[in-house]
Design a protein around this ligand. Structure first.
Ligand code: CAA
Length: 257
């Protein structure tokens, strides 16, 4: 329905959210982001779901935070309402979240995609942090996650001078993991999410957590964190099942225990 800010679909073990403000190029208003966070959180605790995908439409993943919603705000209002604070929920999910991006991923749209665990794009995707044109700057991770993905010099060009990256550039620079034709980028994202959802859930969860810790910790702390998660998995039924299945040349059956 046209009035719904997001559309939820379940494809096998994958939860799909379609951002649904096409007339506003999926501008990320507070109500939309609250609904997105609620949808992801519900699936994160639902054993029938193993991975999630966030997408927009072919023209726009999302053209940023809702500029009209913020235009008259004061800094005190932005601070006391913590305008962007609720967005952090996207990055706090335990299950893998994939961004399937076509068309514009600008400002908060680019930042939302970067909160996900991987970005799969169509050939038409455009990534940018154009907040400087509005007299502001990125506020949902654009200066932090972008620099970790593509390095300082390109990030500076994007943030200071509105350089936009094509899908091909974003792939070359390591921002995204796959490019597909616009006709099937979403199907491919759902396929990859479905493959991950069919894997050993506890190992997927701890592996995701460990990769993400690389952005927060020193190398030695991260290595220790990884090692502990690796050892911990030897108390899971799935580790016994996976190694026995390998030794006996059969397909493992994961229990998530
Ligand atoms: N917020 C609110 N409305 C938006 C929007 C946004 N971020 N982006 C697009 N829209 C609206 C437009 O106002 C327009 O609405 P009307 O038809 O009611 O006028 C509609 O979407 C279609 O947009 P355009 O007519 O501008 O379409 P276009 O094809 O000519 O241009 C565009 C497309 C280049 C993406 C252009 O819309 C644009 O530059 N959008 C803003 C991009 C931007 O600055 N994003 C950063 C936002 S701030 C932010 O995100 C802060 C943060 O870090 C969290």
């Amino acid at each position: 329905m046209a009035d719904e800010l997001i559309l939820r679909e379940v494809h096998g073990e994958v939860g799909l959210v379609r951002l649904n403000r096409p007339a506003a190029l999926n501008a990320l208003s507070l109500p939309l982001m609250n609904e997105l966070g609620d949808a992801l959180a519900a699936w994160d605790s639902d054993p029938a779901i193993g991975a999630m995908v966030i997408t927009g439409n072919n023209r726009a993943f999302a053209a940023g935070a809702d500029i009209k919603e913020m235009a008259d705000a004061t800094s005190v209002q932005m601070l006391t309402h913590d305008h962007i604070g609720g967005w952090d929920r996207v990055a706090e999910m335990h299950k893998p979240v994939i961004a399937a991006v076509s068309g514009y991923a600008l400002g908060g749209g680019c930042e939302l995609a970067m909160m996900c665990d991987m970005i799969i794009a169509s050939e038409t995707a455009v990534f940018g942090q154009p907040e400087i044109n509005l007299g502001v700057m990125p506020g949902a991770g654009g200066t932090q996650r972008m620099v970790r993905a593509v390095g300082k010099s390109i990030t500076m060009e994007m943030v200071l001078n509105d350089r936009r990256l094509s899908a091909e550039e974003a792939y070359q620079f390591g921002l995204i993991s796959r490019i597909y034709p616009v006709e099937n980028y979403l199907d491919e994202a759902l396929r990859i999410a479905g493959e991950i959802a069919a894997r050993a859930p506890v190992a997927v969860r701890l592996a995701k957590e460990s990769v993400n810790k690389a952005f927060e910790m020193s190398l030695s702390q991260g290595l220790a964190f990884e090692r502990r998660n690796f050892y911990f998995l030897f108390s899971s039924d799935d580790q016994k099942e996976g190694m026995d299945a390998f030794a006996n040349k059969r397909k493992p059956e994961w229990k998530g225990k």
